[in-house]
Design a protein around this ligand. Structure first.
Ligand code: TRP
Ligand code: SF4
Length: 529
């Protein structure tokens, strides 16, 4: 997001209440982020803008920069474009009423479902009980409300799946299995858990890991998890666990030694340049490649790296001396049974060379190798998980300024608010307006700091980019005054809520026809947290 083009991109700086806090990504902390840029630098979240052009019919939340970041979203986009299987999943803690902040996630799930994805919406009741201490009767009630709104907004429960964590046996079995690959030290470093953390809270974490991988239980497929950036630690951990569950690791190698991801492109470049230095270009030697690489012009070869990476690659090549330099795919048996390893070897076509813990294949591409590894794994009792992807949306600013919070009713509009109540809340919202009308005409309003503008951009204008842009331009151009602007927004909010309530009523029947137990009798008191 750049300051010089907001009017073009109809974007808003929503949720950036200044100095709100630093960038600690804490799933159970206060979810405000003061500087979204830091998320790219410090956590390696990638900018959504970089993939925007590749999205077929991008959602307005994508076009407007509300969805601002992602982790590894490309495999999902590729599947979407090629008509391959992919999935979308997100979850909701039933701690209170669903509000317009949750609507962003509902919309994201629904959009992916409309693009052909297998869609999942889940109720994180175990997390609500163990991490937030919500009693079961309240959980039952709120769960129903989340699901009704999700269906009312367009989720198709026949095509997709809705579930409650605590009622899903397959999920719990997967959670148990994943827990075997995680330990308490990791919980400490990732989530700051300590000796006082209740054990059910920890169970709810492995349950969330299972949620994230659940769409792949029957078949591995690219999966996107739309969430707020506070959930990124969960996404990273789930990606890690997905990899730890794999039987084989597939890498590209050029000789008997291993290369890391930084060194590999250098050695590939050396292989490409073999005509230039090899005595026999059909069989370049590692030593020859080392000599070339030591003083090759790498900029010209299109690979930019640090000198220390070059040195380590040169050293590896030198040590291999007369060994031929020859590209190959290497399969490591990470935790495969002997039987699975034998089956893999059997299935590799073309020339192969077998070692104790790995096998090299000479006539295969990486993608083909990945597919084969996954297939063999699936046939031998493994899951073959693909690391899940994520997309991140900005947090909405509260209507009273500061953060939007479920526990402050005036700060948000609940999807259960009466239409008139919604109208009133918008009318009393803070704005990015100036002190006087004259000043506003002269200087223009500050739409980028205005919670009312956010309502337009995130919700009220829907797919109508022209209207969003008009509000923005008129505001910053001083042609729009806050009184009239809020009246218009409040009226639109009233209409939205009227319509939403009608659809919720229609959704009642649909929800009742689904096999989801929303009146679970559970005994006990809420967990210590
Ligand atoms: N932890 C999430 C929250 O606090 C809820 C959740 C549970 C979730 N399982 C999930 C979100 C899986 C995304 C994917 O709201
Ligand atoms: Fe916000 Fe509208 Fe006022 Fe602009 S005119 S500051 S968008 S309320």
């Amino acid at each position: 997001m750049t300051d010089d083009e907001p009017a073009e991109r109809i974007r808003t700086d929503g949720g950036t209440a200044e100095g709100a806090d630093d960038v600690a990504l804490d799933p159970w902390g206060s979810s405000t982020v003061s500087d979204y840029r830091k998320l790219f630098e410090e956590f390696g979240i990638e900018e959504f803008d970089e993939v925007l052009d590749e999205v077929p019919n991008p959602h307005y939340l994508m076009r407007r920069g509300v969805i601002f970041g992602h982790r590894d979203y490309r495999p999902v986009l590729d599947a979407m474009r090629d008509g391959d299987d992919f999935a979308v999943l997100s979850g909701f803690m039933p701690t209170g009423d669903p509000h317009i902040g949750h609507k962003l996630v509902f919309d994201e799930i629904i959009w992916h479902q409309e693009q052909g994805g297998d869609a999942y919406g889940l109720i994180a009741d175990m997390e609500a009980h163990s991490a937030r201490g919500i009693p079961w009767d309240e959980i039952n009630e709120h769960s129903r409300d989340y699901l009704l709104s999700l269906i009312a907004l367009g989720f198709d429960p026949e095509a997709g799946e809705l579930y409650r964590q605590s009622d899903n046996d397959r999920l719990q079995r997967l959670a148990f299995e994943l827990g075997g690959k995680a330990n308490f030290s990791e919980f400490q470093s990732i989530y700051g858990f300590d000796g006082e953390t209740n054990v059910s809270h920890m169970q709810s974490v492995v349950t969330q890991m299972a949620d994230i991988l659940y769409p792949q239980l029957d078949d591995p497929k690219p999966t996107v998890i739309p969430v707020g950036p506070d959930q990124d630690p969960h996404v990273r951990f789930a990606r890690d666990l997905a990899t730890r569950m794999r039987f084989f690791k597939v890498t590209e190698a050029f000789a008997s030694f291993e290369l890391d991801d930084a060194e590999r492109p250098l050695v590939a470049a050396a292989h490409d340049a073999r005509e230039a230095y090899a005595e026999d270009a059909d069989m370049p030697r590692c030593g020859e490649a080392a000599e070339w690489l030591a003083d090759a012009d790498l900029d010209a070869a299109g690979v930019l790296v640090s000198e220390s990476v070059r040195e380590s690659a040169v050293e590896k090549l030198e040590n291999a001396g007369m060994e031929p330099l020859r590209p190959r795919i290497r399969f490591f048996a990470r935790q495969a049974t002997d039987e699975a390893f034998e089956a893999l070897i059997e299935d590799i076509e073309g020339e192969k060379r077998r070692y104790d813990q790995h096998i090299d294949a000479f006539d295969m591409g990486v993608d083909e190798a990945e597919d084969l590894a996954r297939e063999v794994e699936a046939h031998h009792g493994g899951y073959g998980f693909i690391p899940p992807s994520s997309i991140y949306h900005r947090f909405m600013t509260g209507l009273t300024g500061g953060k939007m919070s479920s526990s402050i009713p005036a700060s948000h509009i609940s999807l259960l608010d009466a239409p008139e109540e919604g109208y009133d809340k918008v009318k009393s919202a803070t704005t990015g307006g100036r002190d006087t009308a004259d000043e506003q005409r002269e200087l223009g309003g500050e739409a980028d700091k205005c919670p009312v503008y956010e309502l337009y951009a995130y919700l009220l204008t829907g797919d109508d980019d022209d209207l969003a842009k008009e509000v923005y331009d008129e505001c910053v151009g001083g042609e729009r005054l806050c009184g009239g602007c809020k009246e218009q927004a409040a009226t639109m909010m009233r209409e939205f809520l009227e319509d939403h309530h009608e659809k919720r009523e229609e959704a009642e029947e649909v929800l009742d026809s689904l096999d989801i137990d929303l009146e679970t009798e559970r005994r006990g008191v809420a967990a210590e947290h």
